[in-house]
Write a protein that binds this ligand. Structure first.
Ligand code: 4NP
Length: 156
């Protein structure tokens, strides 16, 4: 079993979107029994909240249902338990390293490492912007998800 955790700030926009997109891809490839997928935020603002309505709507238009997901905060234990702890941006990355138990730093990475052809290395925070920001986030997440699955396949 390979375990993947997507991490952003609030766990209501980017990381639940990544969780939903990656779950769908993994299910389509018939690998759901081999890959565990979850998401979390580095902050506590949105614990227990469903994904932002704009994130849900943008994902729904691409056939991804985020409605059952609920926000939670990332923990030290998550970094021990998950094999891939994937930060959406450098702020999330630094926040994760702040709580990372010694010896587990190699698990914390930027998600966009898996989309080497994409010009940006950070998935931008869409929370304070318009609907177009959520579509761009989805484009980036779809590309990085495909690269991540190829990386995981080497370990299965
Ligand atoms: P996320 O977006 O990190 O992609 O879930 C945000 C959600 C909420 C806030 C910031 C970013 N906030 O400041 O409440």
């Amino acid at each position: 079993m390979i375990r993947v955790l997507f991490v952003c700030l609030g766990n209501i926009c980017r990381s639940p979107t990544a969780e939903g997109v990656f779950r769908k891809l993994v299910a389509e490839e018939g690998l759901h029994a081999h890959i565990e997928i979850d998401s979390a935020g580095t902050h506590a603002y949105h614990i227990g909240h469903p994904p932002d309505a704009r994130a849900q709507e943008a994902a729904r238009r691409r056939g991804v249902d985020l409605s059952s997901l609920r926000g939670r905060q990332a923990t030290r234990g998550d970094i021990e338990r998950f094999d891939y702890v994937l930060a959406m941006d450098r702020e999330n990355y630094e926040n994760l390293l702040d709580i990372c138990p010694e010896g587990f730093e190699h698990k914390v990475r930027l998600f966009m490492e898996f989309a080497p052809g994409w010009p940006e290395q950070e998935v931008p925070d869409p929370y304070f912007g318009g609907a177009a920001g959520f579509d761009r986030v989805l484009d980036m997440i779809e590309e990085a998800s495909a690269g991540l699955l190829e990386d995981i396949r080497k370990r299965l």
